[in-house]
Ligand binder design. Structure first.
Ligand code: ATP
Length: 600
């Protein structure tokens, strides 16, 4: 029941997106292309506002984060260093009957009676036989003949058109993911499928010219770390952020834009000192002691404190654009879910209408953003694969180290040595080589050298836009022109990210004074915000169109504005608020300042 309601809501949202030009299928006139979406006029503004606001908050308003705009196609070695060339793969399975492809880890477990067959022979032509085994899971309540029918179809595809099924046997099956949930047919064994899109650079197609469309924006930040640090004269701790397209050849794009094959990411790599360096400089390492935001960054913060800080900053960001905390879930990955290099990862989930439900029937949420403490893995990998040093020199550490007593130096060196040796062994270095390299690096720590660690908040623009659309969607009732109540669809976007901030309407389009004045007001507001001018149709209809677009403010120029209802109302307009539908009179010369304050 809850599920069908959710599907219904999602259908209404998708339909509004298409009707009002938020999002529609790419290449629609050719039937679309699966996993690719275009943003129409309102969607393009929404996305731009999301990205601009993220950029403002994450870099422009901070002293310790700088921006980067790198290419989509990069040197293929980058993907070897990052591990994407070998491990960025999902397990896929195909339906043996329909050939439909699924991600093996997303198959819903099913129970029932499995019908197994050892093969089939053609009853009209005995030379045609197949010994290929095949199975079908019979859903509860279904007649065994439907399993046999599916099996005959399977063998018919192998040229046995009049199949006599061989060696039928049945087995009770519980929570199996070996069968297609749509038709019960057996699936192939899982095979790994690399999600990177391949292309060729230059006129010759060969192994040497193979390159990839980036599956994430982060790697460019690591590869350019040294250059950016140098040119921006930043010192650790500091961050580099980037917004850009990413491409993944997802096996099963679904849930509208949630899982697309082309999408945009907003990523920050925030580089921090290893805890051993913090301890050498500050005497101890601060770790989170209480829940909530840890406050302004401090020199004695270790990686856990920085990680917590970014989780809280990111949650506050979502709240500041209108996603209430109750719609978000802070999910701490369990140790067994963590990538091998990650020390901790928090996923911020949004409760989309299509999210799975937990045992209590609550929406469990789907990932909007992951915030990972990635240790020094990324820069270390690029150091190994490029042969270029990725470490930094930290003057403060060098000076602090000189003041430490020998016991402290030994303890910190030992810990640093162990963490470097672990990294080297985990990434394939032989134990003796790892030992020697780690020892050398531990000695470097005392000279002020180390490879920075990183905290990575990585968000998807499209998933966020979809969350904002789902969150904004509302239906209520409002009076039409004749005062009759009718259903109103209203997109309650936060004014910060609303595609259009204000709509300007002359009350009547055939009154030149009203039209002239309305255009003046439009031109007055336009330098400060996106404005939509509309003079067509009854005023109630025009309000309704803007409610659907999510425009927070409507400004109507009426006879009062012209001074026809008394001199005291001259040069005032009706300001109508989308959510409350309340109307008030505002002086034209204060209007821009008032609205600017509400949309910033
Ligand atoms: P998922 O588990 O959902 O595939 P992920 O953990 O692989 O996501 P990351 O590699 O952490 O995702 O990417 C960071 C962010 O990029 C995600 O939180 C999400 O917002 C966005 N993202 C990743 N894959 C897609 C996709 N196929 N379509 C849209 N956005 C995506």
């Amino acid at each position: 029941m809850a599920e069908s309601k959710a599907n219904d809501l999602m259908e209404r949202i998708v339909s509004l997106c298409k009707r009002r030009g938020f999002v529609f299928q790419s290449s629609e006139i050719y039937g679309g292309i699966n996993g690719f979406w275009d943003y129409g006029p309102l969607g393009a503004e929404l996305k731009r506002n999301v990205k601009d606001f993220w950029w403002r908050v994450m870099t422009q308003k901070r002293d310790d984060v700088v921006g980067l705009d790198a290419t989509i196609i990069m040197h293929p070695k980058i993907w070897e260093a990052s591990g994407h060339a070998t491990t960025f793969a999902d397990p896929m399975v195909d339906c043996l009957l329909t050939k439909k492809r699924f991600r093996a880890d997303q198959i819903e477990p099913q129970s029932g009676i499995a019908y197994h067959y050892g093969g089939a022979e053609d009853s009209t032509d005995k030379t045609k036989t197949s010994r290929e085994p095949y199975s079908v899971l019979l859903a509860p309540g279904k007649h065994p003949d439907s399993a046999r029918k599916a099996a005959r179809q399977f063998y018919a595809q192998r040229g046995i058109t009049e199949a006599r099924l061989l060696e039928e046997r049945t087995e009770k099956v519980e929570n199996s993911i070996r069968f297609n949930p749509e038709n019960g047919s057996l699936l192939t064994e899982p095979r790994l499928f690399n999600l990177m899109f391949k292309t060729c650079v230059g006129p010759v197609e060969s192994a040497e010219s193979t390159a990839y469309l980036r599956p994430e924006t982060a790697q460019a930040i690591f590869a350019q770390f040294k250059t950016v640090a140098e040119v921006s004269r930043q010192k650790v701790p500091f961050g580099i952020c980037q917004i850009g397209k990413a491409f993944r050849n997802e096996i099963n794009p679904r849930n509208f834009t949630f899982r697309s094959r082309e999408f945009e990411q907003m990523e920050l790599e925030f580089f921090i000192r290893p805890d051993e360096a913090v301890e050498a400089i500050c005497g101890s390492v601060a770790r989170p002691a209480s829940p909530g935001h840890p406050g302004e960054p401090q020199a004695n913060w270790g990686w856990q404190m920085w990680h917590k800080y970014w989780v809280e900053e990111r949650l506050a960001f979502y709240e500041s654009i209108g996603l209430p905390r109750t719609t978000l879930v802070e999910y701490w990955q369990k140790p067994e879910e963590l990538a091998h290099y990650a020390r901790a990862t928090v996923d911020i989930l949004y409760k989309f209408p299509f999210s799975k439900r937990d045992a209590a029937g609550e929406l469990a949420g789907e990932e909007l953003e992951g915030i990972a403490a990635r240790s020094d893995f990324d820069l270390s990998q690029h150091q190994r694969f490029s042969g270029k040093a990725m470490g930094v020199f930290d003057e403060e550490l060098k000076e602090a180290w000189a003041r430490l007593d020998e016991a402290k130096k030994a303890a910190l060196s030992k810990r640093y040595f162990e963490s470097r040796r672990n990294y080297l062994v985990k990434t394939g270095e032989d134990p003796a080589g790892a030992e020697a390299k780690a020892r050398e690096e531990a000695a470097g720590l005392g000279r002020g050298n180390y490879v920075p660690h990183v905290i990575e908040p990585s968000a998807g623009v499209d998933r966020l836009a979809l969350a904002l659309i789902c969150n904004a969607y509302g239906e209520d009732t409002a009076p039409d022109e004749k005062g009759r109540m009718e259903t109103r669809i209203v997109m309650r976007f936060h004014p910060r990210i609303a595609p259009v901030k204000a709509a300007v309407f002359p009350l009547l389009k055939n009154k030149p004074e009203l039209v002239r004045k309305a255009r003046e007001v439009r031109d007055l507001l336009r330098p400060h915000m996106t404005v939509f001018y509309d003079e067509a149709g009854a005023i109630g209809r025009r309000y309704r169109r803007q409610d659907e677009a999510g425009t927070p403010f409507g400004v109507t120029i009426d006879f009062e504005t012209l001074g026809e209802q008394g001199a005291e109302l001259k040069d005032t307009v009706t300001l109508r608020e989308r959510d409350s539908m309340k109307q008030s009179r505002v002086k034209i010369d204060t209007l821009a300042a008032l609205l600017v304050e509400r949309i910033r």
